[in-house]
Design a protein around this ligand. Structure first.
Ligand SMILES: Cc1cc2nc3c(=O)[nH]c(=O)nc-3n(C[C@H](O)[C@H](O)[C@H](O)COP(=O)(O)O)c2cc1C
Length: 208
């Protein structure tokens, strides 16, 4: 690799696999939606998705983007979301990183990632899907709209109905999130992740 040459890459000229590597390598770290749902037979599912973010508070919206399973079929998570119009986004911290990564394995429909990775289901308050009891926090969502791009890519926009947090993560009075008790991780690319331990201030006052 030549380190002294700037580079312009016309994205349309690149095969999708190279676009993917470039985009997920540059846009880092990405937050991870660890989405939990249940299928029609009652099997609980969870899987991570890092094409994810929140993008507004009024209305309170998040988005998650899905491609296909390696056999070309729809991801189980997306099928469950489409069927019910609801889902739970669990947020991943250092303590749950390993289970999150393991839960990305493409298990069969009748196998639960909860059982496979030793996670515990807890009932959500406003949606019918379980949340992950071990997660630091979660967002209970209902589908606001879905956008399909071709046959293989779909974006789900969720309206966030309820925020649940483990004790200590959110101060009940100030509603501030604790830096001490909330240690989220981010996705880089492939099997690489990062912590959020090295935080810093910049000078100057900003409006809250
Ligand atoms: C950290 C991480 C992020 C991922 N992000 C996405 C994503 O944004 N979109 C997607 O379709 N798959 C993504 N995956 C792959 C899914 O987690 C994987 O396909 C999973 O098996 C889907 O499970 P399901 O079929 O039970 O829904 C990601 C995997 C990992 C480990």
């Amino acid at each position: 690799m030549s380190a002294d040459q700037a580079l312009d890459l016309n994205i349309a000229e690149l095969p999708p696999v190279e676009r993917y590597k470039l985009l997920i390598g540059l846009v880092i770290p990405r937050p991870i939606a660890w989405v939990s749902t249940v299928n029609e037979q009652g099997v609980a599912n969870c899987a991570p998705f890092s094409f994810f973010n929140v993008f507004s508070e009024d209305p309170p919206l998040c988005m998650v983007s899905f491609n296909r399973r390696s056999d070309g079929k729809m991801k189980h998570t997306l099928a469950n979301i489409r069927r019910t119009g609801e889902f739970v986004v669990n947020l991943v911290d250092e303590a749950t990183a390993n289970a999150m990564h393991l839960s990305s394995h493409e298990y069969e429909e009748d196998e639960s990632e909860f059982a496979k990775t030793g996670l515990t289901q807890a009932p959500a308050k406003l949606v019918r899907h379980p949340r992950i009891a071990e997660a630091a926090a979660c967002l209970e969502c209902k589908v606001e709209r879905r956008l399909e791009y071709g046959s293989g890519r779909e974006m789900v926009i969720g309206e966030i109905l309820l925020v649940h947090a483990r004790a200590g993560v959110i101060d009940p009075v100030s509603k501030r999130v604790s830096e001490e008790h909330y240690k989220p991780i981010g996705r880089l690319f492939a099997n690489r992740y990062c912590t959020t331990r090295q935080r810093f201030n910049l000078p100057g006052e900003l409006p809250e």
